[in-house]
Design a protein around this ligand. Structure first.
Ligand code: ATP
Length: 355
C-alpha cells in the first residue's frame, strides 16, 4: 500500500458513485474529456460565463455538462455543487495558474494527483532543492551576479509561459535588467529542448517499477516560443532589441519530438529520481508530469523545470504517441488519467491517487 494522499472524509462524495471528471474549459480539456468519455466516465466542464462554443466542433470531446462561474476565482464557492456531482477535479496548467496555487491547494473537492506538490513546484528555489537532492542535473543558479561567467537567463517565479524572462549574454548585459517581481538568475544552457511527458502510477505493479508503483513515458514535445527560437536566441536578441522588440518565450504551439533511443535510459533515470524523491518529500507526484530540460552536446540533460500535471504538449497525442502506442495503442494522457481513477476506485485505492 502506497502513501494516502487524501483523508477519507475528503472522498466521501465519491462513495458508491461513478466519479465525474471535471476540469476548466481550456488548455488540455478536450483531451481530458475525450479520455474520460473513452473510459465511460461522465464529464463536467467548468467555464467562465457561457459554455465555449468550440466544443460543438468536437463532439467526442464535449463535456456532458457545464458549470458556469462568474470568474475562475469563484470556483471554491462552487465546491458543494462539484461534490454533489461526484466530481474529481483534473488540474491542468491554466487551471492552477488562473485559480492560484493557494486557492487550488485548499479547494474542498477531490483533486486528481497530490496537491502537496504545488508548494514545491511554485517556488523555484524549493523546486531546485527537490531536484538537486534527487541527483538531477540543473542549469547553474547564480546567487551573486559577480560569479557569472557566461550567458544567463533571468526567470520570474511561477508558470508565466516564460513571460518577461530576460536573457543576458554576459554579466555586463545584466545591468539593464529591471526586475518586476521575485526572480532567479540561471545559466543559459545551449542545447536541444525536450519536454518529456511521464505518468507515475502508485497503484501499478508492473512495467518500469519504482519503490512504489511504476512509471510510463507517454509522449514528448518541444514548444514553439513566440518571437525567439533555438540557436539564434542569443544573437537574435540583439537584432530584436535593435528593432525595439523584447524577446519572449511565450508559448505559441507544440511540435512532436522523439529522443535518440540510446538516451531513453537517461530519461527514465531522471524521471525515476524525481519521483522517488517526491515520495520522500511529500508523498509523491502522482499522475501526469512533464520534465522540461535541455540536452547538451555532451548528452547531459539539464532540467530547468517540472510541471506536475498534464501539460498542453500532450494534446499532440490524443490518439497515441510513438511512446504511448507501445504501452497501449491510442493511449492519451487524458485517457490514462481516467483509467487510473477507474482502477483506483475499483480497487478501493482512490486515496492513493486523489488528494
Ligand atoms: P511554463 O509555465 O510555460 O513552463 P515558465 O514561465 O515556468 O514557463 P520555464 O519553463 O522555466 O518558464 O522557461 C520558459 C522557456 O525558457 C523554456 O521553454 C526554454 O525555452 C527557456 N529556458 C528556461 N530555462 C532555460 C535555461 N536555463 N537555459 C536555456 N533556456 C531556458
Amino acid at each position: 500500500m502506497g502513501t494516502l494522499l487524501a483523508a477519507p472524509e475528503r472522498l466521501a462524495s465519491l462513495e458508491g458513485r461513478t466519479p465525474t471528471v471535471a476540469t476548466l474549459c481550456s488548455h488540455s480539456s478536450l483531451q481530458i474529456f475525450h479520455g474520460a468519455r473513452a473510459e465511460g466516465l461522465p464529464t463536467l466542464g467548468i467555464c467562465v460565463g457561457p459554455p465555449p462554443r468550440f466544443y460543438d466542433a468536437f463532439p467526442l470531446a464535449r463535456p456532458d455538462r457545464f458549470l458556469s462561474v462568474p470568474r475562475v476565482k469563484d470556483l471554491p464557492a462552487a465546491a458543494d455543487r462539484l461534490r454533489s456531482e461526484a466530481a474529481i477535479i483534473v488540474p491542468h496548467g491554466s487551471f492552477v495558474e488562473y485559480l492560484g496555487p493557494e486557492a487550488f491547494s485548499t479547494i474542498d473537492v477531490p483533486v486528481f494527483g497530490n496537491r502537496a506538490v504545488l508548494g514545491w513546484e511554485s517556488d523555484r528555489r524549493k523546486e531546485r532543492d527537490w531536484l538537486e537532492s534527487a541527483g538531477v542535473s540543473m542549469p547553474r543558479l547564480y546567487e551573486d551576479p559577480s560569479e557569472i561567467t557566461g550567458p544567463v537567463i533571468v526567470k520570474y517565479y511561477g508558470a508565466k509561459g516564460g513571460k518577461g524572462f530576460y536573457l543576458a549574454k554576459n554579466r555586463d548585459a545584466l545591468d539593464e535588467f529591471r526586475p518586476t517581481g521575485p526572480y532567479v538568475i540561471q545559466e543559459y544552457v545551449l542545447g536541444t529542448r525536450y519536454y518529456m511527458h511521464f505518468f507515475y502510477s502508485p497503484i501499478t505493479e508492473h512495467g518500469y517499477r519504482l519503490t512504489h508503483g511504476s512509471l510510463e513515458l507517454l509522449g514528448m514535445d518541444r514548444r514553439d516560443e513566440a518571437n525567439i527560437d533555438e540557436l539564434y536566441k542569443l544573437g537574435a536578441q540583439e537584432e530584436l532589441l535593435k528593432a525595439g522588440i523584447r524577446p519572449t518565450f511565450v508559448v505559441t504551439g507544440n511540435v512532436p519530438v522523439i529522443l535518440r533511443e540510446s538516451l531513453l535510459p537517461k530519461a527514465f533515470d531522471v524521471a525515476a529520481r524525481i519521483i522517488e524523491r517526491s515520495i520522500e518529500l511529500f508523498g509523491g507526484m502522482v499522475g501526469p508530469f512533464c520534465i522540461e530540460g535541455i540536452m547538451t552536446e555532451d548528452l547531459e540533460y539539464k532540467v530547468f523545470e517540472i510541471s506536475s500535471r498534464i501539460v498542453a504538449g500532450t494534446n499532440l497525442f490524443i490518439s497515441g504517441s510513438p511512446y504511448s502506442d507501445l504501452v497501449e495503442p491510442g493511449l492519451s494522457t487524458g485517457r490514462r488519467i481516467a483509467r487510473e481513477i477507474k482502477r483506483a476506485q475499483a480497487e478501493g485505492r482512490l486515496a492513493e491517487v486523489l488528494s
